[in-house]
Design a protein. Structure first.
Length: 213
């Protein structure tokens, strides 16, 4: 919940003229204020020339009106990591950005609905691919997966990928993160999901819509 709170705090303050580094500083402080043991990471990209750089450190780049600000953040509590992303746009998102965010969210939720004990993790990845494919998009992240295990490290087995035969068990926590990356922005609404006795519980919070900042 510290990461969720940090997004709410940061996106209520950030806006046009901020740098990525300023965003990261506010995110980290907000995590600590919300009770995190430590900030894990703040991966940030923004602007049309930067959307493909989705696993990089924040820079001094200044946010401009219409830029998508995409933040993948993690707080650590009692040794356990969170890992999820939310987005914002100075001045508010365009209709196309709203449309693409909705597609990413629907694909994510369809995959999450398939989570329960006994299901191969590959089924989650196949669902992500099928749902994005309905709109003409492919799973294109360089990691070759659309999620991963989460726990005492920010990235653990299993891979949420069609090549991983791991069977989901109660107590596992995975991320689900199908995404679309193009000139409009990074449309990935990563969720942290616990496998429960009868299904799943979404642990990540904050709005799934693109924040207007």
């Amino acid at each position: 919940q510290a990461t969720s709170k940090a997004f709410e705090v940061c996106y209520s303050q950030a806006g046009e003229g901020w740098t990525e580094e300023q965003v990261a500083t506010v995110m980290s402080k907000a995590m600590l204020d919300a009770g995190a043991e430590s900030p894990g990471f703040n991966i940030i990209c923004s602007g049309k020339d930067d959307y493909e750089r989705i696993s990089a450190r924040p820079t001094g780049r200044v946010l401009r009106r219409g830029d998508m600000l995409w933040v993948d953040a993690s707080a650590v509590f009692d040794g356990y990591w969170s890992d999820f992303c939310r987005a914002a746009v100075p001045g508010g998102p365009s209709p196309e950005q709203i449309r693409l965010q909705r597609i990413a969210h629907e694909a994510t939720m369809a995959a999450i609905e398939a989570i329960k004990p006994g299901v191969p993790v590959s089924v989650i990845a196949e669902t992500c691919a099928r749902e994005l494919g309905k709109h003409g998009f492919n799973l294109t992240f360089d990691a070759g997966r659309c999620g991963h295990g989460l726990g005492l490290m920010s990235t653990e087995p299993p891979h949420v990928a069609t090549y991983d035969p791991t069977i989901l068990e109660e107590g596992m926590v995975i991320t689900v993160e199908p995404g679309i990356v193009n000139e409009e922005g990074v449309f990935c609404i990563e969720e942290n999901v616990a496998v429960t006795k009868d299904g799943f519980e979404i642990l990540s919070g904050a709005s799934r819509e693109i924040y207007a900042i």
